[in-house]
Write a protein that binds this ligand. Structure first.
Ligand code: ADP
Length: 160
């Protein structure tokens, strides 16, 4: 039986931190569904279509990765796609409380589902989409934090 996992998130935009989790998760599972939350509660800088395009661009060399987009409850989408493992990345302790709450609630809503947490790589511990957006908006360099195609889109968005 193929082992399938889902990696959900806003990916606004995808960073080297996300990419690292994706690369490590594909080596653990046969198939990885990276699922972009279409309307995250945080107001996104990039629309869902752009976030999906960037993810497709940066994962094009990886086998067994599908980039998709969803609306509504994650557990409903996971059920629809026949997936029972959720992958989430953990950085500092600050991620823990929120992630723990979501994992427990998802389990309550869909008892067959399990959440697996992957530790962020040491060099990516303080890397987040929001900090990248902040740096780009203040004319800073983001090439070390996101793939080149993403950096270009950020610079375009902030008129540089
Ligand atoms: P969300 O809004 O759902 O948290 P994000 O796009 O911010 O969406 O993050 C998606 C997932 O990737 C989350 O599990 C988050 O903890 C994880 N993640 C974000 N940045 C990193 C990073 N630098 N290293 C490892 N995991 C990360």
């Amino acid at each position: 039986m193929n082992k399938i996992a889902i990696y959900p998130g806003s990916f606004d935009p995808v960073t080297y931190g996300h990419l690292d989790i994706i690369q490590r998760a594909v080596s653990l599972f046969d198939y990885l569904l990276v699922a972009v939350v279409e309307n995250p509660t945080k107001k996104p800088l990039f629309c869902a279509k752009e976030r999906v395009e960037m993810l497709r661009d940066v994962t094009s060399d990886l086998k067994g990765v599908e980039i998709s987009c969803f609306n509504g409850l994650l557990v409903d989408y996971a059920k629809e796609r026949g997936v029972s493992v959720i992958i989430r990345g953990l950085r500092a302790v600050s991620d823990f409380e929120h992630e723990f709450q979501m994992a427990l609630m998802n389990k309550r809503l869909y008892p067959e589902i399990d959440t697996i947490f992957m530790m962020a790589r040491e060099t990516h511990l303080y890397l987040s989409s929001s900090i990248v957006k902040e740096i780009a908006s203040l004319s800073g360099r983001v090439e070390d934090l996101v793939p080149e195609v993403v950096a270009k889109r950020l610079y375009q968005r902030f008129n540089r």
